[in-house]
Design a protein around this ligand. Structure first.
Ligand code: ADP
Ligand code: NI
Length: 224
């Protein structure tokens, strides 16, 4: 019985990969398939390090589906939610697994720090850490520059005064620049990590971003 179940789960993972790839491939809003791949890999890496028992299947399914209900991809949040729900219902999944995956996917996102929903399960905590890690470090810097460029924003404007602990209102009253996004979001992510491994990886990526900013401002100000 165990082998049959594993075989079914393997097939569900394969089908879900295809579904997510096709969905994100057709959309052009910066939610790319490679981000999903990296989040899946980080999820596996963190799950392996956890001392606790972790459901690898629930983790991977949630990582694969986590951007499907994103507001940028759907006309309304309700439609995004239904998209995931319908997909899960069509699979030969136990109801507990369906619920576990859906709960993670619907409550994962950062939403400018306004999302205060705590993910209760270890699987949820892991996937959330993985998604946040992909917004940090060298990849996070590159994603930020791409996003800014795509929206026609400059990388930096010295008239804006970036500092840590800005309020969201303060931040919004400044025009967006790529560098401002570090202070609005990227440098805050380290302190939102759930797992021990997530924290360790986030510390490394945080340090990398701090060094990057130091270098950036030194070059900008002609000190190098
Ligand atoms: P995710 O797909 O990880 O949930 P988002 O959809 O919020 O994240 O953003 C995708 C990427 O673009 C992330 O790396 C994020 O840091 C970056 N990004 C989001 N908003 C901005 C912004 N205002 N300026 C620059 N980069 C941004
Ligand atoms: Ni994401």
């Amino acid at each position: 019985k165990e082998n049959v179940t594993n075989k079914i789960k393997k097939q569900i993972l394969e089908d879900t990969k295809e579904f997510v790839f096709q969905t994100l491939n057709n959309e052009k809003s910066g939610h790319d398939w490679f981000h999903i791949q990296r989040v899946v890999n980080l999820t596996k890496q963190i799950a392996q390090q956890e001392a606790r028992q972790v459901d690898a299947f629930v983790c991977e399914m949630a990582a694969l589906l986590h951007d499907i209900p994103d507001e940028k991809l759907n006309v309304t949040p309700e439609i995004g939610k239904q998209r995931v729900e319908h997909w899960l219902k069509r699979q030969k999944l136990a109801l507990v697994d369906q619920t576990a995956i859906l709960t993670i996917v619907l409550n994962l996102s950062y939403k400018g720090g306004t999302n205060k929903v705590q993910l209760e399960t270890i699987e949820g905590k892991i996937v959330q850490d993985a998604d946040r890690l992909d917004a940090m470090g060298a990849i996070g810097i590159a994603r930020t520059m791409i996003y800014s460029g795509h929206h026609g924003r400059p990388m930096h404007d010295p008239a804006k005064q970036p500092r840590t602990n800005m309020t969201l209102a303060e931040y919004r009253s400044n025009e967006d620049t790529a560098i401002m996004h570090f202070y609005e979001k990227l440098l805050k992510l380290k302190d939102t990590m759930n797992t021990t491994t997530g924290k360790k990886l986030a510390n490394e990526r945080h340090l990398y971003m701090e060094n990057y900013l130091k270098e950036f401002f030194a070059e900008w100000n002609g000190e190098k």
